[in-house]
Design a protein around this ligand. Structure first.
Ligand code: GLA
Length: 384
């Protein structure tokens, strides 16, 4: 989907006059999964795939929105409390309402949008949708006074309040702040972040999409978050400086082993391990030590599968194939329950890995996985 495609559909559906066009990307995450809502570190980057939206004020209080991919049209009033039912339109409605709550004098508009982030692949198509509208509304009506970090929080609040997914900040953060060629290490507590140029000499980052559709809204995602919060609260009773699992270590976790359920214990054990792995990966990257990066990725997969239990048969199989093919690092990416694995593959193994993973996966599950070469792209921006 290109800007020209979006424009031609926009002109066809509305009054024939052009508006402004914006783009926001999906994201990958090298490491640091389910750490964001525990106030830990994450290490994402934006991708080239994303959402493109054309927007033109229509001098009413109504938003008239057309989803090009779904061929669906929805109209809602900015002053409505409830908002539309269709979930794709609720994202746009939520962004409008949250921007208005921040004092941005949003007016009615016509809009058409489309995207090329595969849906349910763990690449944050929904964050791309929230971010493209948050960024655009800030540009058109907000005089760009709202900071990028606050725009990311707008998207996160939309997930919490309008879709019921208690996500962390990683996806929206990555979508608005992305920079071509760089990953970003974000401290989810302080909001401080650093760009890390990422050009792994001799390696490629490749996603393998199992095509098992994951849907975080209504999934056990929120249960995982609650497990973490229960364990943090139990530790807090013994150690008042522990506000979240970010502050906890294995010794503290063991102290409360009998006060929390076995399941909650396992979940917290994964998170405590993961927050240290992110820091180790950053150190290793600075030294060009991709073997360590890869080992940490495999350790994350193991934890997500056995302790955090957000994997599935297809993702575990993709991980096994990667290991057998000698891939340097491989793991589930994103929230889990389906979607992609992210793989750090040496260039000489790349062709063979792609061939083997397609063949073996298709032989077992009757369908080839989709290979996506990662190109780290820019964050939210106005195209014209
Ligand atoms: C989803 C959420 C993020 C994050 C990841 C797991 O993508 O939206 O906030 O929690 O899962 O790391």
């Amino acid at each position: 989907m290109t800007i020209e495609d979006v424009r031609s559909r926009f002109l066809k559906h509305f009054d024939g006059a052009t508006g402004s066009v914006y783009a926001s990307p999906g994201r990958i995450n090298l490491i640091g999964e389910h750490t964001d809502y525990n106030n830990g570190f994450v290490f994402p980057g934006a991708v080239e795939q994303g959402m493109i939206a054309e927007i033109k004020p229509n001098e009413t209080r109504k938003v008239r929105a057309y989803s090009i991919d779904l061929k669906d049209y929805v109209e809602f009033s900015l002053d409505d409390e409830e908002g539309p039912k269709a979930s794709w339109a609720r994202y746009i409605f939520g962004v409008c309402r949250e921007m208005m709550a921040l004092g941005v004098p949003v007016e009615g508009f016509n809009t058409a949008f489309a995207g090329d982030v595969p849906l349910g692949a763990g690449m944050s198509s929904s964050a791309a949708l929230e971010s493209v509208y948050a960024f655009a509304l800030n540009d058109i009506w907000g005089g760009n006074k709202i900071s990028l970090m606050e725009l990311a929080r707008v998207g996160q609040r939309v997930e919490h309040k309008y879709l019921g997914c208690k996500c962390g900040i990683m996806d929206q953060f990555a979508s608005v702040h992305g920079k071509a060629g760089s990953l970003m290490r974000l401290d989810c507590r302080s909001g401080e972040f650093e760009y890390f140029p990422f050009h792994p000499e001799g390696y490629k980052l490749v996603l393998v999409n199992s095509q098992v559709k994951h849907e975080l809204v209504g999934s056990p995602y929120n249960d995982r978050r609650e497990s973490c919060e229960r364990v943090a609260a139990a530790i807090y009773k013994h150690h008042h400086m522990v506000e979240s699992l970010r502050d906890a270590d294995y010794a503290m976790l063991d102290e409360v082993k009998n006060e929390v359920s076995e399941e909650d214990y396992k979940r917290a054990k994964y998170v405590i391990g993961e927050k240290d792995r992110v820091l180790k990966v950053c150190e290793a990257l600075e030294k060009g030590d991709y073997e360590t990066v890869g080992q940490m990725m495999y350790a994350t997969h193991e934890g997500l599968s056995k302790e955090y239990e957000v994997s599935c048969e297809e993702l575990d199989y993709l991980n096994d194939i990667a290991k057998e093919a000698g891939v340097t690092g491989s793991r589930i990416m994103g929230g889990g329950f389906g979607g992609c694995t992210i793989n750090l593959v040496s260039e000489e193994l790349y062709d063979n890995f792609v061939k083997v993973v397609k063949e073996k996966f298709a032989a077992k599950f009757g369908k080839e996985p989709v290979i996506i070469d990662v190109v780290i792209g820019d964050g939210s921006r106005r195209l014209c």
